[in-house]
Design a protein around this ligand. Structure first.
Ligand code: CAO
Length: 564
């Protein structure tokens, strides 16, 4: 085994390129021709492949570094037969593989390029634009068309983006004029010399002298290095990939991403221009593609295409963004008379929130019953005593106080997820679901730990009235750290409430009923309250949820336990 330097090979007539992506790390085993880093010039991003197989010992570049031919990219411990023979060091791929006097060739091409470019804007009349020399690549795919028929094209303006398996490159126009016809479309395979577009030139007549030369792409304009570059494994894809024109304009509207990332996005059907890049200068990385895909799959975002498909589909997402089959569209009038009524604004808003919370939270519900016989007797007698005060103590107010005690004992139920961390709230703001003519609303009792049952009952009745009258302020509906949804006044046994994100749990309560409960000697008639606790399994375990319910039941059974 021997350590060898892997250097940037001949990258054509680019003096310096920027390292925009590191694709391997120390310890990785790399194969011959495996891409190591991605570098970028103004026009093309290109992956630098390894000329040898082996294990990466040390990376010699960091993101943002400027590198050029000969810069050391990394140290490799070469392995087995793939290792370079000592006589042909990897550090000199160009000399070893491209002996055809690259310096002179390159400068010859540069001057040819200049002379042609000088003539180019002079073209008039019909001008054909061809695919220039794109090195020794064949059948590169058109992955983006950047202009439309009728556009006025500047000299050097990028017309299309093509992609080989190693490099994405923009093909600029060799002439100025109005685009009359585009001869390629997305997905076409193109080669050097293919007719790309037809322009109508508008420049001075001097151009007539060499219209074909101006439009002709290939031999004259190509960097000679490209033709000199052999097809060896370590051959500098960049050289071959760089389009003939020197860049004069920055790419417009093209998302920044390396060829492998573009390929990855295409495989997943991710629209690259909708992905926010987190890399250097906003470059889109593999991780960005993965996060975007996850967000779409979870329903957190929609692609623009899915959004426009769903437009007009009412409040609902039709599931296209999740890869589900579309929502059934039925002509109900076939089956009987119907009437269409718009949903209330509140229903539309809460519907979208409920959908997100139902899909995104791995929620589980634990059901339990607790004995509130004594508590109910106390509540009834308290209300009798306080009849004249006008404040009626409700079971829900006791539930709020009992939940505060349970939240103090099990603080993760009073938390929220923040990436990989939990935010533990040291306040106890309890939301309660209120049924209103316009739909479900959740007013919040702030600092419930600091308030007595009487005060909570009074605030609840005021907030519930405001909710029914549609007069709740946003502040009165925000900041909850835990929510209770009580159907006790209506009926039912158990249900599975949906967590009100970013909270991590919600308590559902149904109607209490007298039931026979075995006390060890006999069945006793006891008032039993059904509890349904839904919790976020990312934050809470089933055992903790069962303990929460048991503790809550103990408190509701005997409030003196709060003092313990
Ligand atoms: N068991 C038995 N009786 C109960 C009870 C329970 N768990 N909870 C309340 N009751 C009784 C009350 O004691 C009251 O009886 P009286 O009139 O004889 O005193 C009666 O039911 C009505 O109570 P209420 O519903 O007016 O008062 P509340 O404090 O229980 O609830 C509020 C207030 C605003 C939460 C309630 O009116 C409400 O809107 N509930 C619906 C919540 C909801 O829609 N949840 C579902 C969300 S998920 O879609």
């Amino acid at each position: 085994m021997s350590a060898i330097e892997i250097k940037v090979p001949d990258i054509g007539d680019f003096a310096e390129v920027t390292v925009i992506e590191l694709m391997v790390k120390p310890g990785d085993t790399v194969a011959v021709d495996q891409s190591l880093i991605t570098v970028e010039s103004d026009k093309a991003s290109m992956e630098i492949p390894s000329s040898h197989a082996g294990v990466v010992k040390e990376i010699k570049v960091i993101l943002g570094d400027k590198v050029k031919e000969g810069s050391v990219v990394l140290m490799l411990e070469a392995a087995g037969a793939a290792a370079a023979p000592a006589a042909a060091p990897v550090s000199a791929p160009k000399e070893a593989e491209a002996p055809a006097a690259p310096t002179q060739a390159a400068s010859a091409s540069a001057s040819a390029s200049v002379s042609v470019a000088n003539q180019a804007p002079a073209a008039t009349g019909r001008i054909e634009v061809f695919v220039p020399d794109i090195g020794d690549f064949k059948d590169v795919s058109v992955i983006e068309v950047m202009v439309n028929v009728g556009d006025t094209i500047r000299l050097e303006q990028s017309l299309i983006t093509v992609e080989s398996d190693k490099a994405a490159m923009e093909i600029p126009s060799s002439s100025a004029g109005v685009l009359k016809e585009l001869k390629v479309k997305m997905g076409d395979k193109v080669n050097i010399g293919d007719l790309l577009a037809i322009l109508e030139g508008s420049a001075p007549a001097a151009a007539a002298a060499a219209p074909v030369a101006a439009a002709a792409p290939a031999a004259v304009e190509a960097p000679a290095a490209a033709t000199a570059a052999p097809a060896a494994a370590s051959a500098p894809t960049a050289v071959a990939a760089v389009p003939a024109h020197n860049p004069t304009t920055a790419p417009v509207g093209l998302p920044h991403a390396s060829p492998s990332v573009r390929k990855f996005a295409r495989e997943l059907g991710v629209p690259l221009n909708e992905v926010k890049g987190s890399g250097l200068k906003g470059r889109i990385t593999d991780t960005d593609i993965q996060s975007f895909t996850r967000s779409v799959m979870s329903g957190a975002v929609q692609t623009l295409a899915a959004a426009s498909q769903n437009k007009g589909a009412g409040a609902g997402n039709d599931g296209a963004g999740l890869g589900l089959i579309p929502w059934p569209k039925v002509d109900f009038t076939k089956f009987g008379p119907t009437e269409r009524k718009e949903m209330s604004r509140i229903k539309k808003i809460s519907g979208a929130n409920l959908l997100r919370n139902a899909i995104m939270i791995p929620a589980v519900t634990n059901h339990d019953d607790c004995d509130i016989t004594d508590l109910e007797a106390f509540r009834v007698s308290t209300n009798k005593e306080n009849e004249k005060s006008g404040v009626k103590v409700t079971m829900l107010a006791f539930l709020i106080k009992a939940c505060v005690a349970a939240l103090k004992k099990f603080p993760e139920f009073n938390s929220s997820l923040d990436g990989d961390a939990l935010i533990y709230k040291q306040y106890f703001h309890i939301g309660f679901a209120a049924d209103t003519p316009n739909g479900l609303m959740v007013p919040v009792i702030k600092d419930a730990d600091k308030k007595g049952v009487m005060q909570i009952s009074q605030e609840m009745s005021e907030l519930a009235k405001k909710a029914r009258d549609g007069k709740l302020s946003p502040a009165e509906m925000s900041g909850a750290s835990f929510t209770i949804s009580s159907l006790g006044g209506i009926g039912g046994r158990y249900f599975t409430p949906i967590i009100n994100a970013p909270e991590v749990a919600i308590l559902g309560v149904c109607r209490s009923t007298i039931e026979p409960v075995w006390d060890g000697k006999a069945f006793q008639p006891r008032l039993m309250l059904p509890l349904s606790l839904t919790w976020d399994h990312r934050v809470i375990d089933g055992a903790a949820a069962a303990r929460f319910n048991v503790y809550l039941g103990q408190i509701l059974g005997d409030f003196r336990r709060v003092l313990l």
